[in-house]
Design a protein around this ligand. Structure first.
Ligand SMILES: [Zn+2]
Length: 464
């Protein structure tokens, strides 16, 4: 019995020794590998030292904090501290430059940006963006190792980059749970379309989109009368508390102007930008804008045709339209093309003529200023600012004289019929009709929609 227990106790002693040895071995290994890691880092860090010294050159928000947590697990813990910093992207900063400033090694920066790039294009980084980083800093070796990086590139999502257990980085994209809400607005015009929409708390972005989409095919001064009904549908994105986080797109706009229906749907054709289309799938974009001025800033003071000249007193043909507008109102190129003339032109004062495709030319007169770069031969884009309203030349009051020529003959700018630039076909047209049905199903109950249902069989004429 005694011998037995002796054997057992010897056995236990051996076992205890074995366990102790194993623990020592594991501890030794851990410490060893950690030291190796620190060594590697500091080696990489040495060629980065120039970058580290520049740390003070970038902005850290006043709220930046530095949390130091004692790391009692390892022997050299007192040298290593976990820090966190809120960085702010300044002009010319990149994720790489910001991390280098904190002293992160070039190798880690490379791994981190590579991992990030899978979910976020680091070139999209915006000035002013805040980025929270957590890193290990080794005082003695003046080296840092990145642990975590997080930022919110938009209201909809957050990017979190984490160092995994194997030392590699992984990226998580947290998407905020935004609810898409469809808003339907209807009303009738009292003073102006613009004011009517703003009064109904339609976001300015949507109002501008609506005016821009309709500007190709209608003239807000000429075509709208008091009481004309309109309706529109747009998207809003709400957060979990029901607050509007983001305004989406204008999906649909319709207006019955002088009894003439204008109805447009937003659609993104394959391989092209989103735009507005008539129920037949014709793009609203025309070669020429209906008015080369902001429609809410101008009013027609003189139409095309025979008139008694306000200054000369005798009757002569008015070969354009006069848009009264405050001095300095910007004048846009009605269509893309090439400047034919730009400069002083007798009674026309400061004057610009642009040549477009399809035999069209447009002219702009009595300008107070011609924009820099607008000279003969210069290409212009549709909507580009080319000058400002004034009263140079033979003009009574500030106005823009706007003329349109087709094959060298003046035509009435307010009634020209232009072909749509794009007519959807094939798969795009199919998809468009499907979208149209979806939007239409949301219009049930709107008054104008009922009126449209009645006026629909009448051929839709879009002037312009
Ligand atoms: Zn005129």
């Amino acid at each position: 019995m005694k011998r037995h227990s002796h054997i057992i106790s010897v056995g236990l002693m051996i076992l205890a020794c074995l366990i102790a040895a194993r623990e020592y071995y594991i501890g030794y290994q851990l410490q060893n590998s950690l030291e190796r890691e620190v060594e590697n880092m500091s080696m990489a860090e040495n060629d980065q030292s120039a970058g580290i010294n520049k740390t003070s050159a970038f902005a850290i928000t006043p709220s930046s904090s530095s949390i130091t947590t004692a790391n009692s697990l390892f022997a050299n813990a007192q040298l290593s501290a976990e820090k966190q910093q809120m960085l702010q992207v300044g002009k010319g900063d990149t994720i790489s430059s910001l991390l280098a400033n904190v002293g992160i090694s070039a190798k880690e920066i490379e791994y981190a940006t590579k991992a990030l790039h899978k979910t976020y294009d680091v070139r999209d980084l915006k000035i002013g963006q805040s980025i929270l980083i957590k890193y290990h800093h080794n005082e003695e070796r003046n080296s840092s190792s990145l642990l975590e990086l997080e930022f919110k590139p938009s209201l909809e999502y957050q990017i979190i980059l984490n160092k995994g257990e194997n030392g590699g980085f992984k990226v998580i994209k947290h998407t905020a749970h935004l609810k898409k809400v469809i808003r339907k607005i209807e009303g009738s015009i009292k003073s102006s379309f613009y004011n009517a929409l703003l009064k109904q708390k339609v976001p300015p972005k949507i109002v501008h989109e609506a005016i821009k989409a309709l500007s190709y095919t209608m003239n807000f001064q000429h075509d709208i009368k008091r009481g004309d009904p309109y309706e529109l549908v747009y998207e809003e994105h709400h957060d979990h508390e029901g607050d509007v986080v983001k305004t989406g797109n204008l999906e649909y706009i319709a207006i019955l102007a002088h009894g003439r229906p204008h109805k447009l749907y937003r659609f993104s054709p394959h391989n092209s930008h989103a735009g507005y289309y008539t129920p037949k799938g014709e793009s609203v974009v025309r070669a020429l804008l209906h008015t080369p001025l902001d429609p809410k800033k101008m009013h027609i003071t003189s139409k095309f045709g025979k008139r008694k000249h306000p200054i000369l007193g005798f009757t002569r043909a008015h070969k354009g339209v006069d848009f009264g507008a405050p001095r300095g109102t910007v004048v846009m190129a009605a269509g893309s093309g090439v400047v034919e003339k730009a400069g002083y032109n007798g009674d026309f004062g400061k004057y610009i003529k642009i040549r477009h495709t399809g035999g069209y030319e447009t002219e702009y007169a009595h300008l107070s200023k011609i924009s820099p770069g607008i000279k003969a031969g210069a290409p212009v884009a549709q909507g580009q600012v080319i000058g400002h309203v004034g009263d140079t030349g033979l003009a009574r009051g500030c106005h823009l004289h706007y003329g349109v020529l087709l094959n060298k003959v003046h035509i009435n700018p307010l009634t020209i019929k232009q072909m749509p630039t794009v007519q959807l076909t094939g798969k795009d047209l199919e998809k468009f009709h499907k979208l149209k049905r979806e939007v239409d199903s949301q219009l049930v109950g709107l008054k104008l929609n009922k009126q449209f249902a009645k006026s629909e069989p009448v051929r839709q004429t879009l002037i312009g």
